[in-house]
Design a protein around this ligand. Structure first.
Ligand code: CA
Length: 253
């Protein structure tokens, strides 16, 4: 015996038992799960509930929009492909209203383009399907711990973008590959663009505090990163402020 898509959706919505309440009244962190694949949604909701979250589910963008407007959620888990609209459009409208609720995007589309689109639109994190429930839970917890000022967002300067979650640099949207320490330095400088970052700060970030670091180790990495940026055609550059540290700025052409 088969069911139509509508019957399944209706049954799903009935079983989801949507209950809205403000986080302080519920006493638990409440999450909104926007996912139209009923099996996946129920499986995910079960895992999240077990992890101690309150979970509401919807498979429709229009419903999601209403639920989100109540402001009842600590975070939103958002599928991008929904039957009545796109998750990205939903996210875009949230951010245009200055709704900064953390959003984790779930996507089957693992392409660089989609990930960059998601982050540029204002997602704080993304998971590519199929994903492990433990990972989703860990990411949600990490997101809820993060200070609001550092939520998501690509760091951008000139034609360079840096994804702090995926630890990936892009130039004109194309992924570029750097060593772990070059990436760490780039992230540090891009997060403080136009400001001088003291050398000891760079050293601590790159090498930790316990390691025995050669005195010119930071210079070596700055030199390498500069060369890489130049070779890759980046429109940003690293200035040395003698006796103080480093400053990243857009190149004046
Ligand atoms: Ca979907």
């Amino acid at each position: 015996m088969g069911f139509t898509y509508m019957e399944l959706t209706e049954a799903f919505h009935r079983s989801a038992k949507l209950q809205l309440c403000a986080p302080h009244r519920c006493g638990v962190m409440r999450l909104l799960l926007v996912e139209d694949n009923t099996d996946l949604a129920q499986l995910t909701a079960k895992a999240l509930t077990k992890a101690g979250f309150g979970v509401d589910i919807t498979g429709l963008a229009s419903d999601a929009s209403q639920y989100i407007s109540t402001g009842a959620y600590s975070a939103i888990i958002l599928d991008l492909g929904l039957p009545d609209g796109s998750g990205l459009a939903l996210l875009k409208s949230m951010r245009s209203r200055s709704d900064a609720t953390p959003v984790i995007v779930l996507t089957a589309r693992g392409t660089v383009y989609d990930r960059v689109q998601g982050l540029q639109t204002g997602a704080d994190d993304y998971l590519i399907k199929p994903f492990a429930m433990d990972e989703l839970i860990a990411r949600i917890r990490a997101l809820l711990r993060r200070p609001a000022s550092y939520l998501g967002r690509l760091l951008t300067a000139g034609n360079v973008a840096f994804d702090p979650i995926g630890k990936q640099m892009y130039i004109m949207g194309e992924p570029q590959f750097l060593s772990a320490r070059e990436l760490a330095m780039l992230e540090l400088l891009m997060g403080r663009i136009g400001r001088v970052v003291p050398k000891p700060f760079v050293e601590a970030r790159l090498f930790g505090t316990s390691e025995d670091v050669h005195s010119n180790a930071v210079e070596v990495y700055v030199h390498r990163l500069r060369k890489q940026l130049e070779t890759l055609g980046a429109t940003i550059e690293i200035h040395t402020i003698r006796g103080v540290g480093y400053l990243l700025a857009e190149r004046k052409s």
